[in-house]
Design a protein around this ligand. Structure first.
Ligand code: NAP
Length: 256
C-alpha cells in the first residue's frame, strides 16, 4: 500500500513564489519549504526577500533571492534565466504579488488603475506564460494564482481589485484548459481577508467586524490557512485538479 502522506511531499521540487517578501507570499514560500521544496523568492525588495530565504534555510531547504519588477516582461525573462541557471527546472509557480487600493470607484485615479492591473493581472499572466515555459518543456507543472473572495463577493471600495481577481479566475480556467496537454495544472487559491502587512491597517474596527459577520466560521483567515491550502495545490496530491478555485474563506462564499 502506498503512503498517502508522500503525496503531500515536495521533496526534490523547485517552487518560485512571487510576492515572497512579505505576507501570504512569504507564508506560502515557508509552507512549501517545510514540505521539502527549494524556493526562488521573488519580489522587488532584496532585504525582505533575504529575510524570507534565511527562514527557508532554517528548514534545511535551499532558497534563492531573485529581485524583479514583475510588471516588466524583460525582468520576468531574466527571472526565467535565473531559475534555469540555478535549478534547471521549475515545478511550482505561486503568483502572490499584488497591489490593492481601497477607494470608492468614483475616486479611482488612472494611477490606481494602472498599479492594480499592472502587477495583479498583466504581471501575473506573463509570469504564467514566461515561467510556465519551463514547465512546458518538462511536461509537468503546477501554477497557483492568488485570487480572492472579492473576485466573487463584492467589498465596497474594491471594485477594480475585485475585477482583477474575477479576471484571474477566468484566466486561470482558460490556461488550465489550454495547457492541460502540456501537463501544467493551473488553479486559483482565493482567501478571504488576512491581516498581512498591507492589510493590517484596514482590517480593524468596524471594517473588520463587518468582514467577520459575513464569515460563518467567525474569523478572518490566518496565513497558516492559506499556506496549507497552497501545499495541497502544489503537491502531487492535487495532480488531477486543474481549473479549480479553492476558497479559503470560512464559508463566506457559501454564505453569500
Ligand atoms: N491579505 C489579504 O487579505 C488577501 C486576501 C485575499 C487575497 N489576497 C491576495 O494574496 C496575495 C498576497 O497578498 P498580501 O496581502 O500578502 O500582499 P500584497 O500587498 O497583495 O502584495 C505584496 C507583495 O507583492 C509584491 N509586489 C508588488 N508589486 C510588485 C512588482 N511590481 N514586482 C514584484 N513584486 C511585487 C511585493 O513585493 P516587493 O514590495 O518586494 O516588490 C509584496 O511581496 C495578493 O495577490 C492578494 O491580492 C490577499
Amino acid at each position: 500500500m502506498t503512503n498517502i502522506l508522500k503525496e503531500f511531499s515536495l521533496s526534490g521540487r523547485v517552487a518560485l513564489v512571487t510576492g515572497a517578501s512579505e505576507g501570504l507570499g512569504r507564508g506560502i514560500a515557508l509552507a512549501l519549504a517545510q514540505a521539502g521544496a527549494d524556493i526562488v523568492a521573488c519580489g522587488r525588495r532584496s532585504d525582505a526577500l533575504a529575510d524570507t530565504v534565511s527562514q527557508i534555510a532554517a528548514f534545511g531547504r535551499r532558497g534563492e533571492v531573485c529581485t524583479a519588477d514583475l510588471t516588466r516582461l524583460h525582468e520576468i525573462e531574466r527571472v526565467k534565466a535565473f531559475v534555469v541557471e540555478r535549478f534547471e527546472r521549475l515545478d511550482i509557480l505561486v503568483n502572490s504579488a499584488g497591489y490593492a487600493v481601497t477607494k470608492p470607484a468614483w475616486e479611482m485615479s488612472e494611477e490606481d488603475w494602472d498599479k492594480t492591473i499592472e502587477i495583479g493581472f498583466k504581471g501575473l499572466f506573463f509570469c504564467c506564460q514566461i515561467l510556465g515555459g519551463i514547465m512546458r518543456r518538462q511536461g509537468y507543472g503546477k501554477i497557483i494564482n492568488l485570487g480572492s473572495t472579492i473576485g466573487r463577493a463584492t467589498v465596497s471600495g474594491r471594485a477594480v481589485y475585485g475585477g482583477v481577481k474575477a479576471g484571474i479566475l477566468h484566466l486561470s480556467e482558460s490556461l488550465a484548459v489550454e495547457w492541460a496537454s502540456d501537463g501544467i495544472r493551473v488553479n486559483v487559491l482565493a482567501p478571504t481577508a488576512v491581516a498581512t502587512p498591507s492589510r493590517a491597517q484596514l482590517l480593524q474596527g468596524e471594517f473588520l467586524e463587518r468582514m467577520v459577520s459575513r464569515i460563518p466560521l467567525g474569523r478572518i483567515a490566518e496565513p497558516h490557512d492559506v499556506g496549507v491550502a497552497a501545499l495541497y495545490l502544489a503537491s502531487p496530491a492535487s495532480d488531477f485538479v486543474t481549473g479549480h478555485t479553492l476558497y479559503v474563506d470560512g464559508g463566506l462564499i457559501a454564505h453569500g
